[in-house]
Design a protein around this ligand. Sequence first.
Ligand SMILES: Cc1cc2nc3c(=O)[nH]c(=O)nc-3n(C[C@H](O)[C@H](O)[C@H](O)COP(=O)(O)OP(=O)(O)OC[C@H]3O[C@@H](n4cnc5c(N)ncnc54)[C@H](O)[C@@H]3O)c2cc1C
Length: 272
Amino acid sequence: MLGAISTRTLLEPKSLADALKMLRDEGPLMPMAGCTDLYVSLNFGALKETRFLDLWRLGGLRKIALRGDLLSIGALATYTNVIQSAIVRLPMLVAAAREVGGVQIQNRGTIGGNVANASPAGDTLPVLSAADAVVVLQSAQGVRRVPFNEFYTGYRASVRRTDELITALEIAPIHGRQWFRKVGTRAAQAISKVVVAGVVQPGATRIALGSVAPTVVRARRTEAALAGGASIETAQQTLRDEIAPIDDIRSTAEYRRRVASNLLARMLVPRL
Ligand SMILES: Cc1cc2nc3c(=O)[nH]c(=O)nc-3n(C[C@H](O)[C@H](O)[C@H](O)COP(=O)(O)OP(=O)(O)OC[C@H]3O[C@@H](n4cnc5c(N)ncnc54)[C@H](O)[C@@H]3O)c2cc1C
């Protein structure tokens, strides 16, 4: 059932400083970015929050910049901003952005929203995990940086405090061949059944998966097996043992295990 709007309050900060003050003094407030996740919850009547903080006009948070060789992507950067950026030289991130929803969602949905929403099926999350990205969190007290791979604490749970906003994602240069693949029901407007991103580099391959556990996961045991010289078949078996997919409306655990293992082989040997 559609959630009622009339009972809700919207705060519209003019600057990031304003927004952080409002979070501190007038909270709890739920941040709103592109609203592509929020409006789904609202329509389902599942949005319990009543007080919202609209970030959409904070243009500074949409900036994509290079600081030295560190890439900083503002949390409000949309998928379209990422795809069109001349300085995002991260093929796996651009590939992920191109597969999110359809063009309308790409124009509205933000990378910060994808991270904050904390769905295990979020398509940019395996990319950020494989990239060893850093989440920049800001509150009225200051800035802190959390390694992306330490950001989630469980299903839809993270270390972000309610007085903090995600302001950016930072990514150091990546060496090695990048790879991304999403498997869903259709090519567009589909939530992932399995999503994999990786960086293939002799001795230091990184593998991250979504939709196979309560949070996005790095396949550390599989990475270690490959670093130790394991064959592809052994690495595939390690991966099947390492992930913990579930049966749900989108797929079965068995299908997800098999697909993840097949995708690993494709990632390692692209001609397969
Ligand atoms: C039709 C459709 C198709 C979709 N397809 C895909 C898909 O293929 N792949 C995929 O991964 N997702 C998909 N999504 C989900 C959604 O588009 C993405 O997760 C998107 O990135 C969310 O960003 P947003 O700016 O719209 O977030 P919002 O809906 O505004 O917010 C989502 C959550 O993040 C919080 N939040 C937002 N920004 C911040 C911030 N800066 N700091 C702290 N908290 C914040 C909000 O409080 C809320 O809890 C789809 C959604 C729809 C409706």
